[in-house]
Design a protein around this ligand. Structure first.
Ligand code: F6R
Length: 247
């Protein structure tokens, strides 16, 4: 695992947007699987600014989302489709055929998982899988568990993640209890993985990632120790007491 340490979230946004642009320069038809959440927002803002300032051709890139709440209307203000549309896809004017989004309102979620797996099978793997890091080490909605589903699946959202995400809703009761999430098989098949984390709340999970070496379903991010191209971009607060070790 390679670590990049940034002064603050703004610098992280700058660096991560460059990593994404490098991937697109390398392969203009890149298949990018990208997250929601607070942490990637500065990266998306920089990405949009740079694409516009450089008149960068992004028209061949395909975008996938890695997870989606279940049971929300697709145009709900907290659906991940709404988030990605507002932050990335609409500002970059990505055409509909290049937006591969999970459907939160499919009345048959199992069918939605199968549909998503077929979309992934068509491309074989993501060129870039990017995600934030859950305070409990979750990746997408692969929460600490006794086993992992390999592919896209219906996931129960842990209580601690629901509490962490309640800041986006008016009450905890409104936070969905289930989501659709890509599974570890497709995450691990990705050619490159970028993880981002900022703020002191992420320091304990980063410390655990650095100080332990085992691979366990109790700590989903630990599986990424087996991937050979993972870059973790952190700000100084997320490094916490590991700052000296990481710089
Ligand atoms: C988001 C996702 C989650 C978040 C994680 C961190 O699509 O899959 O794994 O990346 O919960 O969220 P933030 O960035 O809000 O701290």
């Amino acid at each position: 695992m390679k670590f990049i340490i940034c002064e603050n979230p703004a610098e992280l946004g700058e660096i991560v947007s460059e990593l994404i642009l490098d991937q697109i320069r390398y392969n203009p038809s890149s298949k990018l699987c990208i997250p929601t959440g607070s942490t990637p927002i500065p990266a998306y803002q920089h990405l949009v600014q740079k694409v516009k300032a450089l008149d960068f051709d992004i028209s061949h890139v395909h975008f996938y989302n890695l997870d989606e709440y279940l049971g929300l209307p697709r145009d709900h203000e907290q659906s991940y489709q709404t988030f990605l549309s507002q932050q990335v896809l609409d500002p970059l004017e990505i055409k509909a055929s290049h937006r591969h989004l999970l459907r939160s309102d499919n009345p048959n979620p199992q069918e939605e998982c199968i549909r998503n797996n077929k979309e992934i099978d068509e491309i074989k793997c993501f060129d870039l899988f990017m995600d934030g890091i859950g305070e409990n080490g979750h990746i997408a909605f692969n929460e600490p568990a006794t086993y992992f589903e390999a592919r896209t699946h219906i996931a129960d959202i842990s209580e601690s993640t629901r509490i962490a995400n309640a800041r986006f809703f008016s009450s905890l009761d409104e936070v969905p209890k289930q989501a659709i999430s890509v599974g570890f098989e497709d995450i691990m098949k990705s050619k490159m993985i970028i993880l981002v984390a900022t703020g002191a709340k992420k320091a304990p999970v980063i410390k655990k990632l650095i100080s332990e070496t085992n691979i366990t379903c109790d700590f989903p991010i630990s599986f990424l120790r087996m991937h050979n191209n993972v870059t973790i971009v952190l700000d100084k607060l997320a490094c916490g007491s590991c700052l000296d070790q990481l710089t």
